[in-house]
Design a protein around this ligand. Sequence first.
Ligand code: ATP
Ligand code: MG
Length: 565
Amino acid sequence: MTITNENETPKKNLNFIEQMVENDLKEGLNGGRIQTRFPPEPNGHLHIGHVKAICIDFGIAEKYNGICNLRFDDTNPVKEDVEYVDSIKSDIQWLGFHWENLYYASDYFQQLYDLAIFFIKEGKAYVDEQSAETIAQQKGTPTTPGTESPFRNRPISESLDLFERMNKGDFADGSMVLRAKIDMAHSNMHFRDPIIYRIITTHPHHRTGTKWKVYPMYDFAHGQSDYFEGVTHSLCTLEFEVHRPLYDWFIDQFVEEGAYRPKQREFNRLNITYTVMSKRKLLQLVEEGLVNGWDDPRMPTVCGLRRRGYTATSIRNFIDSIGYTKVEGMIDVSLLEHAIREDLKPKADRVCAIFDPIKLIITNYPENATEILITENNPENEKSGTREMPFGRELYIERSDFMEDAPKNFFRLTPNGREVRLKSAYIVQCTGFKKDADGNVTEVYCTYDPTTKSGTEGGNKKVKSTINWVNIHSCIDAEVRLYDRLFSVEDPLASEKDFHELINPESLKILQGCKVEASLKDAKPLSNFQFLKIGYFTVDEESTKDHLIFNRTVSLKDTWAKKTE
Ligand code: ATP
Ligand code: MG
C-alpha cells in the first residue's frame, strides 16, 4: 500500500505512454513541445473504444502542458458524412474535453496532391491501370514476394500525365490508381507498392464538394497530416504498428534526417465483453434494424451509453481504471457497470417505482385523507436533502411484495399478522385480500399503526422488511425499458455462430403501466435515479410529461456473475 500524506493524492504509476513522454521531455525532444491529436474518421458515431483514445490524446496534452487538436481524417467521401462530424464533436464535448484547433485531412488535399506529384517526379510513384483485385492478387504473402505490375516502370512523364488527368475526371472510378514505388519483395507487406491515390467521382466530399476527383488513401494522408500539423506524439491503436514504418518512409522522402517528425506509438484497443467494438459491425446492427439506431441504449456508442444513463464521469473513470498497455485483451463489461454504480451511488436520488402494481388498501386509514410524509433523497449523500411523499388510504405496492401462502422466510406482506414497514411511512399488517374470477389477487388489505410513523419515536420500531409504495391518486404512469447486454456471449465475433443468433433476446423488455412517485413528474431527460431495490434508471431523451419513459442503466447488483458461474 502507498502511504500518502493527507493533502497529497496518491501518485499513480505512469503508463508506458506517459513514461515515454516524460523521457522525451527530459531529452528535450522538439524543444519540449507536446502536441497530440484525436483523428476520427467521420464514418460512424464514436464508441467507447474511441473514448480510450480520446482520454490519452487529450489527457497527455493536459498533463504535460501541450495541446490536443481534433482532426477529422476525412479521406473517403463514400463512407463519410457531416452527420458524423457533428455528433463526434458534441460527444467529445460531452465527455468534458476541449480541442485546441479543429482540422480536417481535407484541409491538406492540395498539399497531399502536390506531394503525390513530387513522388511521381522522383520516380517513387506510378499510375497502375490494373484493377484493385489484380493488384491485391499480386501482393504475394508474408513469405513469398509479390509480383511487379507491368506498369511499374512506365516513364515518369506518362504517370504524371495520367495522374493529372485522373484528377480532371478523364477516367472512371477504379480504372487506375497511383501506387508508391517501393519494394514488391519487402518483408512488411505494407511496403509492397501501396496504393496511395484512387479516383472517386460517385460521391461529393462533405467539405470539398466535387473539386477533387482523386483522394489520398488513409495511409498516405494520416502520417503526413500529423506532420503538417506539427504533432509530436501520434498515439493510436496497435493495429497501426505495422503501418508506422510506412508512415515514416513517406516522411523520409521529403524531410531531412534528424529534422522534426511525429512519433507514433501504439496501445491496446478497448474490447468489452458482450458487445462489439467496430464501426463496421455497429453500422450493420443499425442498418439491419437489430437495434434502434446508433443511440440505442444497448450500443457501446457514446450516444447509446449516454441515453442508457451513463455519465461522462463514469466512462472516464472506467477508462482510467483499465489503463494502457501493449497487450490486446478483453475487458469484462461488469467493470463498466461497476463504474456507473459507483458514480451514481451518491448522486442519484432514490425513489419509489412499482413495476407490477397491486392495490393496497389501509382499511383503518381515514378515507379521502392525504398526509405529506418526508423522505430522504439519498442516505449516502448528506447534501441531497429530502422530499415530500403524499400518503393515503390507497396505495400501489409491487405484486411480488405480497403472497397468499407464504413460506416461513417470506418477510413481506402475507395474511399471518407479520408487521412490515411501508418505506418512510408506517408499519402495516396484512388483514386480507380480494381475488377476481380467475383467481388473481386484485387488492390487498391491511391496517396501519399510527404510532409508528417514520421520523417519530415510533418510527424506530424495527421490523424485518420495508416495502415500496406509491400513492394511487398522485402517482404517474411510466413506460420502463429494461435494457440488458446486447449479446448473450462474451465475444460475439469469436463465435462460430451467426452474429444474429447471438443477440440476447432479453436485451430489451418494455414494461407499460408502471407507477412512479409524483416527484418524478418534472424529471429532466437524462437525469439519473435509483429505483429503490431495483436499479439505476434514467429518463429517456424522448420522454415527455405526458409519456414518461425510463431506461434501465444497470441493476443494483451484477446479476450476470451468477448466470455465468
Ligand atoms: P473501428 O475500428 O471501430 O471502425 P476506427 O479505428 O476505424 O474504428 P477511427 O475513426 O479511425 O476509427 O479512430 C480514431 C482513433 O480512435 C484512432 O486513433 C484509433 O486508433 C482509435 N480507436 C478506434 N477504436 C478503438 C478502440 N476500440 N480502442 C481504443 N482506441 C480506438
Ligand atoms: Mg480503424
